[in-house]
Design a protein around this ligand. Structure first.
Ligand SMILES: C[S@@+](CC[C@H](N)C(=O)[O-])C[C@H]1O[C@@H](n2cnc3c(N)ncnc32)[C@H](O)[C@@H]1O
Length: 152
C-alpha cells in the first residue's frame, strides 16, 4: 500500500495525547498512521489535537475495524514488525524497508499474545532496564526514527 514511507500501526490505543504525539511523529517522517479500533478516545478529542498541535488534520490516517482487516488490505509481500518487551531481537538488528508496517500495542496491555505468538520471528524489542515498558509514543519515536535513519 504505502511505499513512500513507513506505516505506524497502533492497535487499540487508549490515550489521546499519545496518539496525538505519534501523529506528529508520522507527519515529521512522512509515515502513515493506522489506528485499529476500538479506540479509547474520540478522534474529536481536544487532547488528541493539542498533542498533535495544529498538524493533526495533515496526518495521513487510516482507521481499521481489526488488525485482520488491515492485513487483508495489504499485499502479501508487506512486512510487519511487532513491538513488544518480550522479543529475542532488538529493533536495531532489523534492516527496515520503506513500506514496512511497525505495529505497537495498547498502553495498558500491549499487543495480544495471539498476535505475538503468530508472528514470533517478526517481534522486536527496545532493550531497556529498570521499568516494565516505555511510553507508547516514546517507543514509536525510537523505532520510527531508526527506520528513517537507515534510509539516509
Ligand atoms: C506502554 S507499552 C505496553 C505495556 C504492557 N504492559 C506490556 O507489557 O506490553 C505500549 C506499547 O509500547 C511498545 N513498547 C513499549 N516499550 C517497549 C519496548 N521496550 N520494546 C518494544 N516495544 C515497546 C509496545 O508496542 C507496547 O505494546
Amino acid at each position: 500500500m504505502e511505499r513512500s514511507g513507513f506505516n505506524v500501526v497502533l492497535v487499540e490505543p487508549e490515550i489521546a495525547p499519545n496518539t496525538g504525539n505519534i501523529g506528529r511523529l508520522c507527519l515529521a517522517t512522512q509515515s502513515r498512521l493506522h489506528l485499529v479500533k476500538p479506540l479509547g478516545f474520540s478522534l474529536d478529542d481536544r487532547k488528541l489535537k493539542r498533542a498533535g498541535l495544529d498538524y493533526w488534520d495533515e496526518v495521513k490516517l487510516r482507521l481499521w475495524n481489526s488488525f485482520d482487516d488491515l492485513q487483508r488490505a495489504q499485499s502479501s509481500e508487506t512486512r510487519y514488525f511487532f513491538l513488544t518487551t518480550k522479543a529475542k531481537y532488538a529493533y536495531y538488528d532489523v534492516m527496515f524497508h520503506k513500506g514496512d508496517f511497525l505495529v505497537f500495542g495498547r498502553e495498558t496491555k500491549g499487543l495480544p499474545e495471539s498476535l505475538l505468538a503468530a508472528n514470533i520471528d517478526n517481534c522486536i524489542t527496545i532493550p531497556m532496564h529498570g521499568t516494565r515498558s516505555l511510553n507508547l509514543a516514546t517507543a514509536v519515536a525510537i523505532v520510527l526514527f531508526e527506520a528513517v535513519r537507515q534510509q539516509a
